[in-house]
Design a protein around this ligand. Sequence first.
Ligand code: 8X3
Length: 258
Amino acid sequence: MSQAGREPKVAVVTGASSGIGAATARGLAEAGYRVVLAARRKDRIAELERELVERGLDARAHALDVTDADAVREFAASLERVDVLVNNAGGAVGGDTVEAGDPADWQAMYDVNVLGVLRVTQALLPGLRASGDGTVLVLSSTAGFTPYEGGGGYVAAKHGAHVIAATLRLELCGEPVRVIEIAPGMVRTEEFSLNRFHGDADRAAAVYEGVAEPLTAEDVADTVVWSVTRPSHVNIDLLVVRPRAQAAQHKVHREPRA
Ligand code: 8X3
C-alpha cells in the first residue's frame, strides 16, 4: 500500500474514539493507511493518534460530530486526499417498545445512524471518486434486517443505513467507488449497550449474560480491514458477522448460571 515515494492511501473512520471505530482505525493503520480518526471526543482520538504515531503508524485526529452539517463540510474540505470512508459512527438510544418509545430517542438515532452516514458520504464522495479507487463502507447491523422487541428505533435507523449502502451501490455502478456494508450481530464493546440503556450497567450486562463469546470490536474490525483490502474490482456487498452463539437475532445460546 504505502510504497516508497508514494503518498499513503487515506482512510477516514468516523466514531473512531472507541469500540469498533477505534479497532478499525488500528487495523487500517497497521495495513498501511494514513488513518483520519474522526469523532466527537477530542481527547480520546488525540490519545489514539498518539498511540498509533508512537508505533510508527500514520494517523491524525480530527474532532467531528457527524450530526453537524457545517462541521462535516469543513472536515471534507480539510482532507487533501481520501481513498476509504468507514461510516462507523452510530449507536442505540433507549430500549423501549414502540408504544413507549421517546420520539426524541428515535430522532437522535436517525440523525446519527442515517443522516450522519448521508452527510459524511455526500461530503467525501467527490474525493473518493477523484482517488480513482474509492471505498465507502457502512457499518450497519443485523438490526438493519431483523426487528426485535424494544429495538424499534434502532432497527428503523439501521434499516435506513442499509438502504443508503444498497442504493448508493446502484447509483455508483460504473464509477471507481465501491460500496461495502458490514452488518455485525452481537458485539460486546465498552459502550454500545451502556449508551443504549442510559448508563444502566446491569441492563447493559444482561444483553450478554451467559453468552460465552460475543464478538469483540477487533473481530468486526478484522472484517472491515479484510473487505477494504480486497483488490479494487472485488466488492463485498454485504457481510453479516455474528458470534457462533447467535444463530439468528432471537436465537442466542446462553450458558445457564453455575
Ligand atoms: C447491534 C446488534 O442485536 O443489538 O448492532 O441490534 S443488536
